[in-house]
Design a protein around this ligand. Structure first.
Ligand code: P6P
Length: 338
């Protein structure tokens, strides 16, 4: 009967979020409405990404499609879709997007209490070759009443109420945490619904995979170089780790979350703060990793404790299985000036 119940008792993401809401009787459902608008954006982008090859949506802006219309690049299109969906939810007041230099302050008549930071289509350089890409997002509550200010989105990642990503690959998978664990939902295109397929995801305590761009090895600092060396030539006779690097953060993080291991984007001489952005790449993925029992470290501190000063600030990041991150933390601690 359990199997039967599972097939007919579809737990959609909307039902899941409503269940979460029912645990907060004081809630007015604003958060549920906001999440539903984010889910709508993900469904639209999923459909656009899947059609990209056919509708010549890929490639550079300026190409014209069969209707002779000016084609928008997928990441530009995705950004517009999310901005419109978030503003129309009537629950947001500040939006920070990887695509927009400045933060968007929502007009007063449509304002709500939430600030959303997002990368509408991360890894978009991989679109043309069909590698999985994704949307990454994080949600803050505005700090206090009154006029929304930029400081309301320059909060440490530990203040996030929720974070997640939607990966557009062989299937469309949305991984979400609202602060009570991590759940994965897969889009059933015939229903147009995200169905709970990965309940209560926990990352293995230790993994057999390391994920880094080895092409940057000549620029790495001591601790990173030592750690990667240890992955490849373990001194304790344990088997070497496998290297898996897709070059699309959502895909590399999703594999790390499900299989275990460690994902590294270290600082190097070329980029002293690494490459990945704090607000809408490092924080949401670090939030998910901690919620799944893993951890996330910047080389200096717990990633979620970082207080950003600018909305597009970068940070080095080491995230994944708890024990694997502990090892690289020890190597950085050993380098600390006494
Ligand atoms: P590199 C994609 O461009 C991205 O922003 C992330 O999705 C990915 O993890 C990283 O950059 C890859 O960077 O320097 O290894 O190509």
């Amino acid at each position: 009967h359990a199997a039967e119940a599972h097939r007919t008792d579809l737990m959609t993401i909307t039902r899941y979020v409503l269940n979460e809401q029912s645990k907060h009787p004081e809630s007015r459902g604003d958060f549920t409405i906001l999440l539903n608008h984010i889910v709508l954006g993900c469904k639209f982008v999923c459909s656009a990404v899947n059609k990209a090859g056919l509708a010549k949506l890929i490639g550079l802006a300026g190409e014209t499609n069969v209707q002779g219309e000016e084609q928008k690049k997928l990441d530009v299109l995705s950004n517009e879709v999310f901005i419109k969906a978030l503003v129309s939810s009537g629950r947001t007041c500040i939006l920070v997007s990887e695509e927009d230099e400045e933060a968007t302050f929502v007009e007063p008549s449509k304002r709500g209490r939430y600030c959303v930071v997002f990368d509408p289509l991360d890894g978009s350089s991989n679109i043309d070759c069909g590698v999985s890409i994704g949307t990454i997002f994080g949600i803050y509550m505005i700090k206090e009443g009154g006029e929304p200010k930029l400081e309301d989105v320059l909060q440490p990642g530990k203040n996030m109420l929720a974070a997640g990503y939607c990966m557009y690959g062989s299937s469309c998978t949305l991984v979400l945490s609202t602060g009570a664990g991590v759940n994965g939902f897969t889009l059933d295109p015939s229903l147009g619904e995200f169905i709970l397929t990965h309940p209560d995801i926990k990352i293995p305590k230790k993994g057999k995979i390391y994920s880094v761009n080895e092409g940057n090895a000549k620029n790495w600092d001591g601790p990173t170089a030592k750690y990667v060396e240890k992955c490849k030539f373990p001194k304790d006779g344990s088997p070497a780790k496998s290297l898996r690097y897709i070059g699309s953060m959502v895909a590399d993080v999703h594999r790390t979350l499900l299989y275990g291991g460690i994902f590294l984007y270290p600082a190097d001489k070329k980029s002293p703060n690494g490459k990945l952005r704090v607000l809408y790449e490092v924080f949401p993925m670090s939030f998910l990793m901690e919620q799944a029992g893993g951890q996330a470290f910047t080389g200096k501190q717990r990633a979620l404790d970082l207080v950003p000063k600018k909305i597009h600030e970068r940070s080095p990041i080491f995230l994944g299985s708890y024990d694997d991150v502990e090892e690289i933390k020890a190597l950085y601690a050993a380098e600390e000036p006494k």
